[in-house]
Design a protein around this ligand. Sequence first.
Ligand code: NAD
Length: 345
Amino acid sequence: SSTSGTDRDGMKKAIVCGAGGFIGSHLVKALKREGFWVRGVDLKYPEFGPTVADDFVIADLRDPVNCRYVIDQPFDEVYQLAADMGGAGFVFTGENDADIMHNSALINLNMLEACHRRNLKRIFYSSSACMYPEHNQMDPDNPMTAEESAYPANPDSEYGWEKLFSERLYLAFGRNYGMDVRIGRYHNIFGPEGTWRGGREKAPAALCRKVAETPDGGEIELWGDGTQTRSFLYVDECVAGTIRLTRSDWTGPVNIGSEEMVSINSLAHMIMGIAGKQLGIRHVPGPLGVRGRNSDNRLIREKLGWEPSESLHAGLSKTYPWILQEVIDAGLAPPEAAAPARTGT
Ligand code: NAD
């Protein structure tokens, strides 16, 4: 068809916006493993290793001219993950609200328009569980994130409101211009090669870092009383769900998350167990977000016949060693860990 990007040699083409970021760089790797020709776009190259994209464009997608420039040919699949985002320390303090809303909304407005003008139909958008209403997430034991519970809307952050607006923007382009938009609502994605310091990191990476930096028997700081609950999804499963949804016949929005809900205290203890350390926890004030959140996977099971299945422990067991190595390389590890790594199991 006129909108297929497939080369004469049969190679499919995809573009990943946000390919210099955490999930985007993993997505590029997955598409390359499948044999796609991949263009990545971002303000920056991936931080923790070279990109495997065939073509990588450094561009600011807030500028519509740049969006037209990167969408210069047919692509079979467009993945739009670029956003101005971060963990609670970035999103919930209120200090970055104007940038978050302005930057991310512009990216989505411009990318949709560029795809529409090029007659590209299939575009995936990464929304977030942060768009669910705050009042359904006050009880840490029974948070509600069924997809239809999004309305009446009441997200607890401007980040969540922007996601909600952009979801609706994608749906409108789908309705009015016949685009095959696909919307996933990610729930707390973690894994190797994610931000682990600097203020934009999220709870699993921040706790892995704190555990790695603290000598055995010491103490780590944890924001809040630690009884707030969340679920965390390992990045490979996020990427698998993203690709499945994009190729499915179904628009969404749908949760892409784990149903294994834990308190932040148990998350910290799980990481200590993996690290083989016993540490105390000092509870300190900090930005928290909602009291409880978990993915509700009924809809994704029904519509895609698939859901993430890996345990949190398994994902953390692959993430902690990566962060420990980063901490060691940065010279932040206690002397005991900076010694030559023990080998064997
Ligand atoms: P990330 O910050 O690592 O990646 C986002 C990338 O977008 C960054 O590399 C950034 O440089 C790029 N970007 C920002 N502004 C840009 C611009 N103007 N032009 C071009 N590129 C720009 O974040 P991530 O964790 O990989 O998240 C990817 C997407 O998934 C985001 O849309 C995010 O909101 C969404 N999401 C992530 C999570 C999570 O837990 N990581 C949860 C819910 C939703």
